[in-house]
Design a protein around this ligand. Structure first.
Ligand code: PMP
Length: 359
């Protein structure tokens, strides 16, 4: 049976990227050695590192004064690397969910955190608006897409202080005006590769303003490095995840880049939200204007609450994988990242319609 993967991350990857990864395990770059066994100091690998950074720059139109770093430790490591490198006395955070809260917790090790607004009063079902970003903060941190709650900041906001964004779950889903950000970071395992590598896009001039001594690995300068050859290669990089990222970004480019991805993502999300709004069994959980085009969260309508597990079972029998909602929201979540084909969304919609008919 055909399977449709709606997992929230790790999640579906472009098939060509998976096939190249399989081949590279057998033989990387015609060396006769597999990618899991090569040295990261071989010219073939140095080329992949450079090409991957170049693909980032090209796809997101990243200006020259930014560096792209590919590091281990996931997005969660950036929760403390960001304040360690940027916070002198105070940072401002927008609290839009569990991941934002985790970032706040780590920032508090380094100084004062001002939460400028929070949507926890309504279980993070909306993005707060009308808040003021304090001009004396060292930076302002946002989570652009809230993977668990299915809410998203759709625009590049203006900030009087360096803007730092966790874009783990919506990077490469739409064009971004990089120049509005000081740092953009995230784990790769949604739109740009498998788990095991994090991306950090950093504007170089915001660094070097703090007095605290930093451990070598925590200091962004270590990974930026004066020699381009050593960029993100201070220690052994996550070779295999970066290779799959390289192949994934090549695929994004072949699809027409982030603008084409954005068109397709809006279309997929639009179809699914239309069905949720039409179908008498289901109701969306996020405020309409803040609905994510990556993670579509919905629950059973109150009067059909007892049918939740029946729908999950029905969907499973039709090949739908990973649509159970996160425990803090309940119901269902369909993650429809870049590599999730429109056919998968259409299959889920048919499944919802068929269930409605027999309910
Ligand atoms: N931020 C967001 C928005 C996420 O969705 C996740 C993971 N789902 C994380 C941070 C944590 O990422 P990692 O597991 O790479 O540390």
């Amino acid at each position: 049976m055909q399977k449709y993967n709606f997992n929230a991350g790790p999640c579906v990857l472009p098939r060509p990227a998976v096939e190249s990864a399989i081949e590279a395990i057998r033989d990387f770059d015609n060396t006769g050695i597999g990618i899991l066994e090569i040295s990261h100091r071989t010219p073939g690998w140095e080329r992949i590192m450079k090409e991957t950074a170049d693909l980032w720059k090209e796809l997101l139109d990243i200006p020259d004064n930014y560096r792209v770093l590919l590091l281990g430790g996931g997005a969660s490591t950036q929760f403390f690397m960001v304040p360690a490198n940027l916070m002198k006395t105070k940072a401002a955070y927008l609290q839009t969910g569990v991941w934002a809260k985790k970032a706040i917790k780590e920032a508090k090790f380094y100084g004062e955190v001002e939460v400028v607004a929070s949507s926890d009063d309504k279980n993070y079902s909306y993005i707060p608006k009308g808040y003021t970003i304090p001009a004396d903060a060292d930076y302002f941190h946002i989570t652009t897409n809230n993977t668990i709650y299915g809410t998203e900041i759709h625009e590049d906001i203006d900030s009087p202080v360096p803007l730092v964004a966790d874009m783990s779950s919506d990077i490469m889903s739409r064009p971004v005006d990089i120049s509005k950000y000081g740092i953009i970071y995230g784990g790769a395992q949604k739109n740009v590769g498998p788990a095991g590598v994090a991306f950090v896009i950093v504007r170089e001039d915001i660094l070097g303003k703090i007095d605290r001594p930093l451990q070598t690995m925590v200091d962004y300068h270590t990974h930026i490095s004066d020699s381009e050859k050593n960029r993100s290669m201070f220690n052994t990089p996550p070779v295999f995840p970066i290779f799959v990222m390289h192949e994934t970004l090549k695929w994004v480019k072949e699809q027409g880049g982030v603008e084409a991805m954005h068109r397709l993502n809006k279309e997929k999300a639009g179809l699914l939200y239309d069905e949720i709004d039409r179908n008498k069994l289901f109701v969306g959980t996020a405020a309409k204007e803040d609905r994510s085009i990556m993670n579509v969260c919905f629950v059973m309508n109150e009067e059909y609450k007892d049918k939740e597990s029946a729908f999950l079972e029905f969907a499973k029998e039709r090949g739908m994988i990973g649509i159970k909602g996160h425990r803090s929201v309940g119901g269902f979540r369909a993650s429809i990242y870049n590599a999730c084909p429109k056919e998968a969304v259409e299959a889920l919609i048919r499944c919802m319609q068929d269930f409605e008919e027999q309910a």
